[in-house]
Design a protein around this ligand. Sequence first.
Ligand code: F6P
Length: 329
Amino acid sequence: MAITKIQNIAVMTSGGDAPGMNAAIRAVVRAATYYKKDVFGIFRGYQGLIEGDIERFTARRVSNIINRGGTILKTARSAEFRTPEGRKKAYENLKKFDIDALVVIGGDGSFRGMKIFAEEFDLPVIGIPATIDNDINGTDFSIGFDTASNTAMEAIDKIRDTASSHNRLFFIEVMGRNAGFLALYSGIAGGAEDILIPEEDRGINELLNSLMRSKRSGKTSSIVVVAEGDKTGKNVFELAKYVEKHLKEYEARVVVIGHIQRGGCPTTLDRVLASRFGVRAIEALLDGQTRKVVGFKNNRIVLYDLDIAIKKQKPVNQELIDIIEILTT
Ligand code: F6P
């Protein structure tokens, strides 16, 4: 590892929380301590940095958190950090604590803020992808996605029981403002009859056709998983009304799973991913790397340019879309 001048490293969580963020904080703190660096926790993301909400962390400060959902550092979406004045205040607070490098655990919005900040103040930074949406380009998985898709799948399983008892059609909205990863994974795992995602605009007639095919094939109940950002209807409630109006044989209900998907104990996969990401982030900084993101690609932990993470939308895996029709035959 190259020798850098870095001694004091800060870590924050930013944007929407994701199960496994605590495991990542723990890994960052423990790795920094292992390499004899001082480490600081910044509370409430960039907003806390602007307000100087910073605490020196020890390895023991992160005991017993690997299993906990949420983030002990809290999180926020800061409008003030989008202004040059806000970022200047943030930098002054870093200087007060002699912090000379920053690890940001969050999604693409948080990474965009990190890039501007790093450029303005020439600060070494590394990003750790954490979002239940799994929409950060350059990494196959982000922290929180596995847990959230399991939570959504369990909800779908439960709804299937009542859907089948009543011969009903359920529309289940899962999170994913701009991305369909959660919908695809939970939908395929939950055996959904159809899955609607923002990346693929099939039109409402195609949905009606697919539901008619389901009926004709002898299915008595159906589940359609809809990503929050899908635009097939005005919203999931309007969509259900439209389908009931045009397919009289269906009695529809709507469930919005919502923020339940953001909470809960992280799965093994999320804990291990977060632990690997955290250690790699610290090693990257100590190796003199900056403006990079740690990721998981082809079964390996990788380091890649921040621009790759923020400049392109992550494509969904076409093969997942292709198998839906086959599986719902
Ligand atoms: O980005 C993660 C996410 O959970 C999205 O799927 C969702 O649209 C959004 O956050 C909700 O954000 P908030 O909790 O601020 O309402």
